[in-house]
Design a protein around this ligand. Sequence first.
Ligand SMILES: Cc1ncc(COP(=O)(O)O)c(C=O)c1O
Length: 392
Amino acid sequence: MFAHLRPQADDPILVLMRAFQADPRPGKVDLGIGVWRDAEGRTPVFGAVKTAEERLWRTQDTKSYVSFAGDPAFHAAVGDLLLGSVTRPRAVTATTGGTSAVQTLLALSQVARPAAQVWIPAETWPNHRVLAEHLGLATRAFTYLAPEGTGIDREVLLRDLAQAQAGDVVILHACCHNPTGIDPDPELQAEIVDSLARTGAVPLVDCAYLGFGAVPEADAAFLRRLASLPEAMLAFSGSKSFGLYRERVGLALVLLEQPGVVEAVQSQLTRLNRVNYSFPPDHGARVVTEILADPALRTAWEAELAAIRTALSANRQALAKALRARLQSDRFDGLAAQSGMFAMLPLGKERVMRMREDFAVYAVGTGRVNLAGVTPRTTDRVAEAIAAVLRD
Ligand SMILES: Cc1ncc(COP(=O)(O)O)c(C=O)c1O
C-alpha cells in the first residue's frame, strides 16, 4: 500500500534550521524561523502564562472533554480581544493553533461554496497557499508589494482585488504582515474594505502577531474595519502573542449578517472539528482566558508584549542605521518604520545564499528576516553580510 510513496519536499524553513544547526562557525546568526527570541536567543515563557498555569494547576479539578468547539469563555475572551465592543452574530470554535484556524475557515468556505477562489497576497505566509491547495480550492495571487519591495502597490492591489467574485475568499493579514512587515495604512485599509463590500468577496483575516506591532487595540484596527462587512472570517493564533507556540492555541470566528444562520455555521464548524480531531486542545486556551479575564494578569501580559515590541523595534532601528552607515544610502531606511517580527530584504535568492555561505547569516531564501535575530550582538555581522553581498 505504501511502497510507491515518495518523500514530500521538506519545508524550506526546516531545511534552513537544520543547516543552521549543523554550521560549526562561531557567531552564526539565525534569522529564519518565526519565533520570538530575546537578545540571548531564548524564547521564554511569559510570566503571565506561568501565573495562569500555576492557578490552573491549583484549581482545575478535571481534564475531561470540554466541547467540540472548545470553551465558550475562551471564545468570548478572544472575541473581545479581537473585536472589542463589536457585537455581531457569530459562529466560533477553538482550533489547534492559528494554522488550524486558517485551515478550518478555508474548509468551511469550501463547504459553503465549493467553487470559491482563494485570493492570497503574492507575498505571504507560505502555508496559506499550501492549505488552500491541499483542500483542492482554486487559488489566485493578488499583488501586494510594489516592485522595489519597499511599499505596497496600492493601485495594482486594488485592481487585482476588484476581480474577486462574490463568495470568493480574500486572505489578509490583520497586522505585522508576514513576511514583509508592511501593513496597509488606514486609507488603504478603508479602500480594501470598500472593494470587498463592492465585490461581495469575504475576508479571511489572519491574526498571528497581535501586539507585536502596536498595543493590541491598535493592531486590531484593520481587523475591526473588516469586521464591518456583512460576512468576515477571523483566524487567531496565540502562538506568538502569548508565547504559547507548542500548546496550539487558536480560534476561528465567523461574523455573519443574519442571526438565523449562526446555528448552521456553528454546526458546520463543529463537524469540521469532529472529522479532524474531535476536541481542540484546552490547556493553552484556558491560560489565555485566565490572562484576559484577570485585570492584573492582563496588564502583566500587555507589559511583556510591549517589551517584545520595543526590542523588535530597537532591532529594526539598529539594522536600518547600520545599513545606512555601511551602504552610505537610505535604501533600507524604511525598515525602521515597518511593523512586527519580519522584514523582506530585496536581495534575491543568490545573495541570501551568499550571506549564508560567506557570513553564516541564515535568512529565508525569499529574503525574509526575523528581526528578533538582529540583536545588539549580531547587528554588525548582519549589516556587514548584507552590505557585502550587495556590493559585489
Ligand atoms: C501569518 C501566520 N499565520 C498563522 C500562523 C500559524 O501559527 P500557529 O499555527 O503556530 O498558531 C503563522 C505562524 O508562523 C503565521 O506567520
